[in-house]
Ligand binder design. Structure first.
Ligand code: NZQ
Ligand code: ZN
Length: 387
C-alpha cells in the first residue's frame, strides 16, 4: 500500500540537442554575479566551457570562475567555494559538469551563509537549512547521479575519512538544469558505464524494499529495462543519440524523488559504496558495483519475493524451480550484464585492502529500510567478500 506523501519537484529541465539555448533566458532571472563552477578540465577540452562563457558574457554577467572541483568533492574544497561566493556576493551558482560539480554547488549554496560549521550541521547532525542560500543552476555533462533534479549533495571529509550525503529539501534543488545528451559523448567509457550502474543501483535501492505491488515497482522495472537496453547500445556506439539520451533521462528519473514516494527504500549499497569511497576516492559507480552482489546475495533470503520478481520482470528469467532458485538466477543475470559493461567487481581493484576493512566498516551507515538491518559482523563479511 502506498503511504501518504507530498510530491513537489521545482527543478525546470531543458532537454535535448538545443537545450543550451535556454541558458540565456534563465540567467536573466538572477543578479550580476555568477560563480561558474566546473571540474578538472573536460569542459575546456570539449568546448562546452567556451559556449557557456560566451553566453555568460553576452548576458552581461560578472563571472567568478571556480574550476578544478574534483570528483568526490571534499569539504575543504567546499569551504574554499563558500569563501569565493561570500566575497563576491554571488547571485547564482552555475555548475557545469557531472554529479560532483552539481553536489558541490549545492553544498556551497547552503554553507556560504551558514552560522557555525556546515559539516557538523548538515553531515553529522543532519539539520535543516536555516540560513540564506544561493540559487543553483546546472548544465549536465555526465549522466548518473540524478543530482540535476534532486537535493542530494554528497561530500567527502578527508580528515575524518567519511563520505556522506545530505538530501536537502526542494529549495536547494537546482532551479534549472540543462541536459544535452550530446554533451556526454566525450565521457571516457569507464565513466559512462560507472554512471550507468549508478543509475541502475539508484533504482534498485528504491525497489528492494517492501513487498507491496505499487505503481513504483512497475516504474522501476521499466526504467531498469530501459537502462540495460540503452547501455548495450551506447557501449557499441558511444555516439548513439537515442541510447545516450535514454541513459540521461533515465538517470534523472531514477533519482528525482519520484520513485521513493509512498514507499520504504534501502540505500545500503550506497552506504557500503560511500564508505569504500571515503577510503579509496574511487569512482562512485564502481564502488557500488564492487559491493552490490555480495550484499544482494546476502539479503536475498530475506526478500525472496521481490528478488524473484526482479528476476522474472527485469531479466526474463523463466519461472522454473523454487522462488529462491529463480531469484538467484536474477542476480546471475545482473552479474553477467555488469561484466558485459566492464564494471569493477572487487573493492581491491579500487585500492581497498584487508587492512582497511575494519575502518571501512566503521564508516558504513546502517539503514533500516531494506530486507535486513545489517549487523557489524555482516558488514565486515560483505566487505571481505567484495575484496
Ligand atoms: O572533472 P572533469 O574534468 O570535468 O572530468 C569529469 C570527472 O573526472 C569527467 N567528466 C564529466 N563529464 C564529462 C567528463 N569527461 C569528459 N566528458 C564529459 N562530458 O567524469 C569524471 C567524473 O565526474 P563526476 O561528476 O565525479 O561523476 P558523477 O556524475 O558520477 O558524480 C559523482 C559524485 O556524485 C555523488 C557521488 O558520491 C560522487 O561524489 N552522488 C550524488 C548523488 C546525488 N546528488 O543525489 C547521488 C549519487 O548516489 C552519488 O552519491
Ligand atoms: Zn549513486
Amino acid at each position: 500500500m502506498l503511504g501518504n506523501f507530498t510530491y513537489h519537484n521545482p527543478t525546470k529541465l531543458y532537454f535535448g540537442k538545443d537545450a543550451l539555448e535556454n541558458l540565456g533566458d534563465e540567467l536573466l532571472k538572477y543578479g550580476q554575479n555568477v560563480q561558474f563552477i566546473y571540474g578538472g578540465g573536460s569542459i575546456k577540452e570539449n568546448g562546452i566551457y567556451n559556449e557557456i562563457m560566451e553566453i555568460l558574457l553576452a548576458c552581461g554577467k560578472n563571472v567568478i570562475e571556480d574550476g578544478g572541483v574534483m570528483p568526490n568533492p571534499t569539504y575543504d574544497r567546499v569551504l574554499k567555494g563558500t569563501k569565493l561566493a561570500r566575497e563576491n556576493c554571488v547571485d547564482l551558482l552555475l555548475a557545469v559538469g557531472g554529479g560532483s560539480v552539481c553536489d558541490y554547488a549545492k553544498a556551497v549554496s547552503v554553507s556560504a551563509y551558514c552560522d557555525g560549521d556546515p559539516w557538523q550541521k548538515y553531515y553529522v547532525d543532519f539539520e535543516d537549512v536555516t540560513c540564506k542560500t544561493i540559487p543553483v543552476g546546472c548544465v549536465l555533462t555526465m549522466a548518473g547521479t540524478g543530482s540535476e533534479m534532486n537535493g542530494g549533495a554528497v561530500i567527502t571529509n578527508t580528515a575524518k575519512k567519511l563520505k556522506i550525503g545530505h538530501v536537502f529539501d526542494s529549495d536547494i534543488m537546482p532551479k534549472f538544469s540543462i541536459l544535452n545528451p550530446e554533451f556526454t559523448y566525450t565521457l571516457p567509457v569507464r565513466q559512462m558505464v560507472a554512471g550507468v550502474y549508478d543509475i541502475f543501483n539508484h533504482i534498485c535501492e528504491q525497489y528492494f524494499s517492501g513487498e507491496d505491488d505499487n505503481v513504483t515497482d512497475y516504474l522501476a522495472e521499466g526504467l531498469m529495462k530501459a537502462v540495460v537496453s540503452a547501455s548495450r547500445k551506447a557501449l557499441k556506439n558511444p555516439r548513439d543519440y537515442e541510447a545516450r539520451s535514454n541513459i540521461m533521462w533515465a538517470a534523472t528519473w531514477a533519482l528525482n524523488t519520484l520513485l521513493k514516494k509512498g514507499k520504504t527504500t534501502d540505500w545500503e549499497v550506497h552506504m557500503l559504496g560511500q564508505a569504500v569511497g571515503a577510503y579509496t576516492d574511487a569512482t562512485h559507480g564502481m564502488t557500488l558495483a564492487a559491493v552490490s552482489l555480495p550484499y544482494y546475495r546476502h539479503i536475498l533470503p530475506y526478500g525472496v519475493k521481490k528478488f524473484k520478481r526482479f528476476a522474472v520482470e527485469v531479466w526474463g528469467v523463466k519461472e522454473d524451480g523454487s522462488d529462491e532458485e529463480i531469484a538467484r538466477k536474477g542476480l546471475e543475470a545482473l552479474e553477467s550484464w555488469m561484466r558485459e559493461l566492464g564494471l569493477t567487481m572487487n573493492i581491491s581493484d579500487l585500492g581497498a585492502n584487508e587492512g582497511m576493512i575494519e575502518g571501512i566498516a566503521d564508516a558504513v551507515r546502517v539503514m533500516d529500510g531494506g530486507y535486513k538491518v545489517l549487523t557489524r559482523d555482516e558488514i565486515v563479511k560483505i566487505l571481505r567478500e567484495s575484496l
